[in-house]
Design a binder for this molecule. Structure first.
Ligand code: ZN
Length: 150
């Protein structure tokens, strides 16, 4: 059973890394940020449209990297569209706790992000899985610094 679940997660990751959703630039973006994970060589740039109510109207990314980093960015963009900045930050906290194995209390439902939860067994891959998130939060908080996992 656990093996079946792992195989399914693996399949979703491969699918998203081979055909990332929301991949491309966004001409009308009003916030963007770039992030790198030097340890693995992952790099991506995130563009989004944040409206006056701090709702993420659209979010896209370009970049290259390992399967985990691309799948994470792809799934993240799917999940963040339509969310408020606060909801995005809360979701990242939950996701981060899950992939680092530091979640305390009952596990919250992190939806599709669950497929990436296996990285907690591989600490160096946690950076691959969280790069897109650090970059997205930098973008929506409009910090101009480049994000790096190091
Ligand atoms: Zn990576």
């Amino acid at each position: 059973m656990m093996d079946d679940l792992k195989a399914l997660y693996q399949e979703v990751i491969i699918d998203h890394s081979r055909s990332p959703r929301n991949f491309g630039s966004l001409e009308s973006a009003n916030c963007s940020a770039a992030g790198v994970n030097p340890l693995c060589g992952d790099e991506l740039t995130l563009h989004c449209i944040l409206d006056a109510d701090e709702i993420i109207q659209d979010i896209r990314f370009v970049g290259r990297g390992c399967a985990i980093s691309l799948a994470s960015a792809s799934i993240m963009t799917e999940m963040l569209r339509g969310k408020t900045k606060t909801e995005a930050e809360k979701l990242f906290d939950q996701f981060h706790a899950r992939v680092t194995g530091t979640a305390d209390g009952p596990l919250v439902d992190i939806g599709k992000l669950e497929v990436l939860s296996g990285v907690r067994e591989f600490p160096t891959r946690v950076k691959c899985a969280t790069l897109a998130w650090h970059t997205a939060l930098a973008a929506i908080n409009k910090t101009d610094e480049q994000v790096t996992t190091e």
